[in-house]
Write a protein that binds this ligand. Structure first.
Ligand SMILES: O=C(O)C1=C[C@@H](OP(=O)(O)O)[C@@H](O)[C@H](O)C1
Ligand SMILES: C=C(OP(=O)(O)O)C(=O)O
Length: 447
């Protein structure tokens, strides 16, 4: 269920130094996949470190509606799944709230079972494009009936006799890739996804972990992922690593607030996710990876971020976009405090997230005194340098958690406080944001 309550306006005041450790919640992408793959596995999958944000809780509810038993005892989530091809037909509409990942992956997972399900979401999700998922699902034999433009609410009639599919994704999207792979689980034979630009590979890693035969190889056409259908899944014990996309907020706050020194421990640095941190280093950030190690087959480090008064604007490589796609809103805030222009090309996908993120950030940054130029797939922030960002504006957040958090971080170092019209969506991905930032020394109030 999406956050349907009254908006929660918030204001962030200039903060003293931010200091201490920031223990951010579990990875959102891995949390969704843990529940969905657990629900497709007979036996008990145990998950700790699950992100208990609204997006993931909505996916848990959805998996229960498809027949899985899910409960939490202590810190552990227990998922008793129904097996590949074992989903029951839900008795009611599935509400995925604010979550593109939730709805698109679940549509894929059910599309090759002989059941029908209807999906809806909040005002943000119901505007987002679903044809990017239903087009390949049609190749398996599934039929989608949605609103015009391929929008939710939408009914998917699953394929009775699914065929395996070979599909080249037309947009760089891990959600599309994952929907096709999850559909391929219940199709006989080989399902192949080709992606021109590599996107986050959590589905591939986790499918292999559950026991699927899956390979990824680079070719002149891009990355080719091949999955054998109808695998025997074995229940897993999953420890969800902490979310680099959430870590981005305390890290970036520390870089722009004078005197700060913040440690963000145990952050997954999967190369398909870590682009922001390398970009910040390119800008001159005092950001170091301490205690580099491997955990569960993924690189992990403790991130230490210190106040960085001499940040420089840069050209962000377009080929890095997929590995930091959710981090552009907070990157643009850091860019405001850097000297010179930060140009961000190759980011058309930002226009179809929870909001049009280029538009939402450009409006709020301009209100806060910045110059922002934009085109369909690029934008440029003209940085003013530390101490020179005016602030003093109320940004609209358009039901988008990352827009809300980005502007609250901006207010921690702008000359006048920064407000957001609604901080409620923050709970979709980072429910402890206010408390965690407050413990570091930030001053966010509900207004
Ligand atoms: O697969 C995933 O878990 C996600 C993929 C990305 O979306 P796209 O696939 O639309 O790029 C990202 O923005 C989202 O937050 C999570
Ligand atoms: C784009 C995001 O999520 P989703 O697509 O799952 O709504 C995000 O969390 O920034």
């Amino acid at each position: 269920m999406s956050a349907h309550g009254d908006p929660i306006p918030m204001t962030s005041h200039r903060a003293g130094p931010l200091n201490g450790e920031a223990h951010v919640p579990g990875d959102k992408s891995i949390s969704h996949r843990s529940l969905i793959l657990g629900a497709m596995t007979i036996g008990e999958t145990k998950v700790t470190g699950l992100l208990e944000g609204q997006d993931v809780l909505d996916t848990a509810k959805a998996m229960q509606a498809f027949g899985a038993q899910i409960e939490k005892t202590g810190d552990t989530w227990h998922v008793h799944g129904v097996g590949v091809g074992g989903f029951l037909e839900p008795e009611n509409v599935i509400d995925c709230g604010n979550s593109g990942t939730g709805v698109r992956l679940i549509m894929g997972a059910m599309a090759t079972s002989p059941i029908t399900a209807t999906f809806t979401g909040d005002a943000s999700l119901n505007k987002r494009p679903m044809a990017r998922v239903t087009d390949p699902l049609a190749l398996f034999g599934a039929v989608a009936h949605g609103r015009s433009g391929g929008r939710l609410p939408m009914t998917i009639v699953g394929a009775r006799d699914p065929l395996p599919v070979t599909y080249t994704t037309p947009v760089p999207s891990a959600q599309v890739k994952s929907a096709v792979l999850l559909a391929g689980l219940n199709a006989p034979g080989e399902t192949v996804v080709i992606e021109r630009e590599a996107t986050r590979d959590h589905s591939e890693r986790m499918l292999a972990g559950f026991g699927a035969t899956i390979t990824s190889e680079d070719s002149p056409e891009g990355r080719v992922i091949t999955l054998q259908g109808r695998p025997e899944f074995t229940p897993q014990t999953i420890i969800v690593p902490r979310d680099p996309s959430s870590a981005a907020f305390p890290v970036c706050a520390a870089l722009i607030v004078e005197g700060s020194d913040v440690l963000v421990p145990n952050i997954g640095l999967n190369p398909t996710r870590a682009g922001l941190f390398f970009t910040l280093q390119d800008m001159g950030a005092d950001l170091t990876f301490e205690n580099m190690r491997e955990e569960g087959g993924e690189p992990v480090a403790d991130l230490r971020a210190k106040f960085s008064p001499d940040l420089k604007g840069i050209e962000v490589p377009a080929e890095r976009a997929a590995s930091m796609i959710d981090e552009y809103p907070i990157l643009s805030v850091v860019a405001a405090f850097a000297e010179g222009k930060t140009h961000m090309p190759g980011v058309k996908e930002l226009r179809v997230k929870e909001s049009d993120r280029i538009d939402a950030m450009a409006r709020g940054l301009r209100g806060a005194g910045l110059q922002v130029d934009e085109g369909e797939d690029w934008w440029t922030v003209h940085g003013l340098g530390h101490g020179n960002v005016p602030g003093g504006y109320t940004a609209q957040t358009f039901l988008d958690h990352r827009i809300a958090m980005a502007f609250l971080i901006l207010g921690m170092s702008s000359n006048k406080p920064m407000s957001v019209d609604d901080g409620q969506p923050i709970a979709t991905s980072f429910p402890i944001f206010e408390g965690l930032m407050g413990d570091l020394g930030a001053r966010i109030e509900r207004t």
